[in-house]
Design a protein around this ligand. Structure first.
Ligand code: DX5
Ligand code: ZN
Length: 218
């Protein structure tokens, strides 16, 4: 079974609540929230105040992707706002163990994110602290970019390690997911798939979501 996490980065921000309710009704399993600080990535988006505003309007878990420097400074704030998953970039964390432990101490699930060129060896020593590994298949910063296929072998390699070591870690993929690119992701072992523009820019969001999901489950 796979789970789809629509990214609200591609939604209409003037009616965010409606946009979230629409994908929930269409069968989404999580809501992906892209937090950007203009330093770690060349774009600025939203903060914990948006997570707090969305918390009461959906029952779905909120998957908060922190594309920010020094994410440890904001973990408690996002957890208090209602984040269910908090993911931090390995490239932004000097003390990764500590940051993942901090996330878990708030009750949220801990996730670590790898940019497309970052090797999985950078996270092999924190797997015990990790509930979720998120692989970027675009360089973070913007929606609507092209899927980078060379990430797939990395996903497969980690999926094998998780299986060999009998760990319970979910694998998520983010960037350029559509009904074609979802197929190699699922084959490689991903179970949570983020999709922004492929859902929100579609004329019929519910239909697009169902089509992407069906392609992944085929
Ligand atoms: C990229 C973000 C993604 C993005 C996905 O920096 O982390 O979550 O919104 O958008 P699409 O699906 O359009 O690539
Ligand atoms: Zn994201």
């Amino acid at each position: 079974m796979i789970k789809l996490a629509p990214s609200i980065l591609a939604a209409d921000f003037s009616k965010l609540a409606e946009e979230v309710r629409e994908v929930e009704a269409a069968g989404a399993e999580l809501i992906h929230i892209d937090v950007m600080d203009g330093h770690f990535v060349p774009n600025i988006t939203m903060g914990a105040i948006v997570v707090e505003a969305l918390r009461p309007i959906t029952k779905l878990p909120l998957d908060v992707h922190l594309m920010i420097e020094n994410p440890e400074r904001y973990v408690e704030q996002f957890a208090a706002a209602g984040a269910d998953y908090i993911t931090v970039h390995v490239e932004a964390c000097t003390h990764l163990h500590r940051t993942l432990q901090l996330i878990r101490s708030t009750g949220a699930k801990s996730g670590v994110v790898l940019n497309p060129h970052t090797p999985i060896e950078t996270i092999l020593h924190v797997l015990e602290e990790t509930d979720l590994v998120l692989f970027m298949t675009v360089n973070p910063g913007f929606g609507g970019q092209k899927f980078i296929h060379s990430v797939i072998p990395k996903v497969k390699k980690l999926a094998d390690i998780i299986q060999e070591q009998n760990l319970s870690i979910e694998i998520e993929i983010d960037g350029g997911i559509n009904e074609e690119t979802i197929i190699p992701c699922v084959e490689a072992g991903a179970t949570i798939l983020v999709a922004g523009s492929a859902i929100y820019n579609a004329p019929n969001r519910a239909e697009a979501l169902q089509r992407i999901k069906a392609a992944g489950e085929r």
